[in-house]
Design a protein around this ligand. Structure first.
Ligand SMILES: Cc1cc2nc3c(=O)[nH]c(=O)nc-3n(C[C@H](O)[C@H](O)[C@H](O)COP(=O)(O)OP(=O)(O)OC[C@H]3O[C@@H](n4cnc5c(N)ncnc54)[C@H](O)[C@@H]3O)c2cc1C
Length: 304
């Protein structure tokens, strides 16, 4: 029997664990990946908005977090496959056959990139389907590329790619981009970037490498092919909540509903970080929410 089991070892889960440990709670963190850090592994841009620390990328910030983790006393199991969770009973079953029981559960399972679901998307990963503009843009220097999406991440990547690529075509399904004004304003004067709104990418075409994409502009018009060597898809994220979705309150996309104390609709079950924060996901928000959940759990346990 643990005091707290935390699911996920990204910034939110690590912060919750750090604080639980600090508050004297018997804590176990379960992480499905072989390594801790969550999305920090995908951050190739400098992190300049985490108060008190500036790092060149996510790995560098993670190294600082990992030092703290090493000196803390909570248990951390990586490469752990959770097969089922009974939130009301606070019982967790693992693929290894173990069953865990705890007084509190903190869900810190984060998000994953949303897939477009078109032919070629998976087949051409690393063969023209670009995972990060910041990391990979030099590989596409002088080439034509396409970016799908209209939010901050899509537009920021389009701007980054346009610094080295011959042309960047930004494909967005709605009439208006969702990206913050600062990014959208930088698009307009950039003559390497073409924006197709009310358009969808329907297919990625190639043999060994990406050679073209098929784009459908407005309903009814015939799709056309655009020759490109690279495609980057940034159409938002999905919460990792499949294990819990039926057992607690979520929004229509599956993000977990919480109150200001990070409590979910199930007693002694908390959710922290991106999995419960669709509108303002940040590292600061994630670590702050982890701290809040830990303090509330400690207070509840002390009051017993
Ligand atoms: C390219 C990029 C750039 C970014 N730049 C910034 C920035 O400059 N500043 C900023 O503040 N934020 C930035 N962010 C956002 C920031 O990384 C996230 O807000 C933060 O990582 C959220 O932390 P989290 O712990 O909630 O979730 P995550 O980081 O997603 O971690 C969740 C963890 O849970 C694990 N998990 C999932 N399901 C299970 C399961 N069933 N069992 C066990 N473990 C599970 C995952 O493997 C993962 O390790 C960026 C994100 C990206 C992708």
């Amino acid at each position: 029997m643990q005091d707290v089991v935390i699911i996920g070892a990204g910034p939110a889960g690590l912060s919750a664990a750090f604080w639980c440990d600090e508050l004297g709670l018997d804590t176990l963190v379960l992480e499905q990946a072989e390594q801790i850090g969550g999305q920090l592994h995908q951050v190739y841009n400098p992190i300049e908005n985490y108060l008190g620390l500036k790092t060149r990328n996510g790995e560098e910030l993670l190294a600082i977090f990992a030092k703290e983790v090493d000196s803390a006393e909570f248990d951390l199991w990586t490469g752990t496959n959770i097969t089922s969770v009974d939130l009301k009973a606070r019982r967790i079953s693992l693929a290894s056959g173990e069953n865990l029981q705890s007084i509190g559960i903190v869900i810190a399972s984060g998000v994953r990139p949303r897939e477009l679901g078109v032919p070629g998307e998976k087949e051409f990963i690393g063969k023209g389907v670009i995972e990060s503009g910041a990391r990979d843009r030099e590989l596409f220097a002088g080439q034509d590329v396409c970016v799908v999406g209209g939010g901050d991440a899509a537009v920021e990547n389009a701007l980054l790619l346009a610094e080295v690529c011959a042309t960047v075509t930004l494909v967005h399904r709605s009439k208006k981009l969702r990206a913050r004004r600062e990014f959208a304003e930088r698009l307009r004067p950039n003559n390497r970037i073409t924006v197709f709104t009310e358009s969808v990418l329907t297919r990625i075409i190639g043999d060994e490498q990406v050679q073209a994409v098929e784009i459908q502009r407005k309903e009814g018009l015939k799709p056309f092919q655009l020759a490109v060597r690279g495609v980057l898809i940034r159409i938002g994220v999905e919460p990792n909540t499949e294990l819990f979705r039926e057992q607690l309150e979520t929004d229509e996309k599956g993000f977990i509903a919480v109150n200001s104390q990070q409590e979910t609709s199930v007693p002694m079950v908390f959710a922290v970080g991106d999995v419960s924060n669709p509108s303002a996901p940040t590292i600061s928000g994630a670590t702050g929410a982890g701290a809040t959940a830990a303090k509330i759990i400690a207070a509840r346990l002390n009051a017993r």
